[in-house]
Design a protein around this ligand. Sequence first.
Ligand code: Z5A
Length: 204
Amino acid sequence: MKRGLFITFEGGEGAGKSTLIDQVSLQLTREGHSILKTREPGGTPLGEQIRKILLQGESMTAEAELCLFLAARAEHINQVIGPALEEGKIVLCDRFNDSSISYQGAARGLGIEKVAEFCNFISQGLKPDLTLCLDISPEKGLARAKARQHHDRIEAETLEFHSRIRQAYLQMHNADPRRFHLIDAEETIPQVCENAMRLIHQHV
Ligand code: Z5A
C-alpha cells in the first residue's frame, strides 16, 4: 500500500512534538514536498470524538483505553494515512503505535509484547519508515506541559508513570535504532529542528 514516506513523532508530555512537526512541515513544503500533517488520537471525525473521550472524559480501565486508541487508529489508517501514502505524500504523524506500546503497554502495565501484537493487527503491517522520539526528562516535560492552558487526563498521571514511558522509548531505540531515533528535546527549538531534518533528509 505504500508509496510515500511515513514519519512518526514520539515523546513524553511537553517534549515539543507539535512544535517540531510544524517546523518540519514548513521546511519540507518549502523544499517542494507534498505533506500531510496529522495526529493521534484524532485525524478523522470519529478519531476526534474518541480523542475527547480519552483525554477529557471519565477514568477507564487500561484495556478500554487501549481499545479506544486502536479504534481511532484503525479509522486514521484507513481514511487518512493509507490514502496519503498511496498518493506519494510525506505523512508526518504526531504519535502512532509506539505511543500505545509505551503508554498502555509499559506505563499502564498491559505488557509491551501484547500491545505490540494488537497494534500490528490494527495497522495491518503498516510501519513508520522513520520515528523521531523527542527525549526529555519527565520532570522537564511535565513542567513545559503544565505551563500551558489546556491539561488532560493522561498528563495528570504520576511522575513514575511518565518515567516508565521514557524507559520504554529508550528500549525501543535500543531494539530498532535504524528506525527509532532519539533526539535531545532539551536543546533549543532550532537545534532540535536541525537534528530532525538531518535524519529526515536521509530518507527524502
Ligand atoms: N496516547 C496514548 O496513551 N496512547 C496512544 O496510543 C496514543 C496517545 C496515540 C495525547 O495527548 C495523549 O494520548 C498523550 C499520549 C496519549 N498523553 N497525554 N496527555 P496530546 O496529543 O494532547 O498531547 P501530547 O502528544 O502529549 O503532546 P503535548 O503534551 O501537547 O506536547 P508536545 O506536542 O510534545 O509539545 P509542544 O506542544 O510542541 O511543546 C510544549 C511546550 O514546550 C510549548 O510551550 C513549546 O513552545 C515548548 N517547547 C517546545 N520545544 C521546546 C524546546 N526545544 N525548548 C523549550 N521549549 C520548548
